[in-house]
Design a protein around this ligand. Sequence first.
Ligand code: ADP
Length: 660
Amino acid sequence: MDDTIIDNSPVAFYSCKLTGEITYFNQSAVKEWGRKPVLNKDVWCGAYKIFHPDGTPLPRKDHPVVKAINNRIFDQKTEVLIQREDGSFHNLLLMPQPWYDTNTNLIGAHCYLVNGGSYGKNHVKQSILSAIVESSDDAIVSKDLNGVIMSWNRGAEQVFGYTEAEAVGRSITMLIPEERLEEETIILKKLRKGEKIDHFETIRKHKSGKEIAISLTVSPIKDHNGNIIGASKVARDITPQAEAQKALKKYSENLEVLHQIGKSVTQILDVETILKRITYVTTNLTNSKLGGLYYQYKSSNGQSSNYFTGSSVEQENIPKLKSLFTSGQGIFTQKKVLRFNTIKTKEGSPEFSFVKQLDQHFNLGSLMLVPIISKSGTVTGNLLLGHGETDHYSSDDELLMMNIARIASISLENSALFEQVKSLSEKKDEFIALASHELKTPLTTVMGYLQLLSKLESDSHTKMFVEKSLIQAEKLNNLIEDILNMSRIEKGKLHFNIDSFDIKNLLKDITQTFSHLSDNHKIETILCDNPVIIEGDPQRIEQVILNLLTNACKYSPEADKVEVKLEDLPTKVIIKVKDYGIGLTKDQQNKLFTRFYRAEGVEGISGLGLGLYLTKLIIERHKGEIGLTSEYGKGSEFYFSLPKNLKESSKILKEEVKIS
Ligand code: ADP
């Protein structure tokens, strides 16, 4: 063959070896490919990229030249799509011919290329798009403006159950549940206006009649003149997501319910109220016809208390429900929820006779019996819920009720315990009041005789013993008085006799008397010149000052003085008692005014830890304030204020005083 003829031939031609390397190409082939391949380097074809005619990738094994050589089948015309380097696509017919050496051994192929016309990128895009549509899991459907289905992909077959043949030509309304037909009118209206509907979550009908949750995107289809000729519809089956969302919603609603119930019952410390609330809430939450809660609390000493509350749409049912519960065999001890979807089931179970009785009286269709399980794991109560219809309760109800029962159990245990502690504490307070009262009566007689004796006795030795006994008896008397005052003040029975008096005078008298009694401490006073009149109970104020003075001396055994100061301000007075004694740490200062508190290290000093507690209560009842500054190891200064015009400053207090 004359190479120049082939070189300049209008027929595109090239040769390649058995291994693909191109060994020759003519000018026309370069024109078709749009490029010059590199000889002995480029293989099988000189095109920039090569595809199947539909635009899908062409694997090496499917290349027409490879196939011809491998199968020894030549002279076939195969259509391929090539892309040139400028991005344009062209259709080519490729015709491989065998290439033999002189010994007729196959050594490669001579290939002819025939131009099949050029395509824009759109052709490929179109092919790719249709491939995407076909392989999509989403339902992709097109319809005209009357809602008639025009195309239907494989995804649509899967989502809606109809084949393409069954769907095309029918109205899209076959997929819409009757109560939602209105939606299609709205959709079509929007489409006609050229608007798109994005991710619209709705319900559609499967061929089987089952409803499916879908997310819908509908876009108008326009012709090349921009006229709207129909709509494309992409529907995604979101049933699993919708169900998960529903479950999540239900779950978070339940959590909220539990949180609210927990919040409301944990603050209650009264068993009856908790029972009522739990019964009411559970009956309402489950839409029950009647509910009841039977609870039994056994204290550590074996004492047990029974409680019952009922809740019903028909109030007259409650006493009957109570009698059925309380006259029965007590608590059902099964630790799981018993759910009777119909009362006829589970015959023979221990609870069945009870359930049957309930049914006889209340005509129930379904019932739930939820155990209340204590911290220690024993069943302490039963929550009962009943409904007139069968299958009323679901496993969700069961779970929710079980969780509520858990909350109820904790709160009930706490409040039952609290009630017992409260009644014990009341008994203890009564005992203290009674005991102190009983102690006081003989002590007063003893003190009377001792006083008489100290006056009559002339022997100085004996007189000293009697006086020492008298001092100790008075101390004892003060302690008993403190205890009595505590129980009186806590019951609101401490009497206050409000009067106007000169606090300066009172302070002077107290400090003078106290100076005589104190052996080791000098009482230094800074008082005002003029009388300072205030309103209050002088006897109680005296008690306060004496307590602070006694403490100041008691807790400064190494010191030799205590300072007392009166400050006269326009509306109030401030009294300060300062010592140079053991002082108090910050932590001790915080606990100081609580009942029976005594700081560490004062065990050798007599006291009950009641004085400051009472002092604070008395000052507060006078609408004053009490506080201290103290440094551990250096000393303390206690101060309190009293309003001058008590009656004016506190009408409420007057009321209190009257009542007490
Ligand atoms: P009591 O003195 O009978 O123990 P109080 O209620 O008067 O009870 O005081 C409570 C506690 O406060 C005392 O036990 C003591 O530890 C501490 N305390 C009170 N006054 C002083 C003080 N002036 N200095 C140091 N500690 C004091």
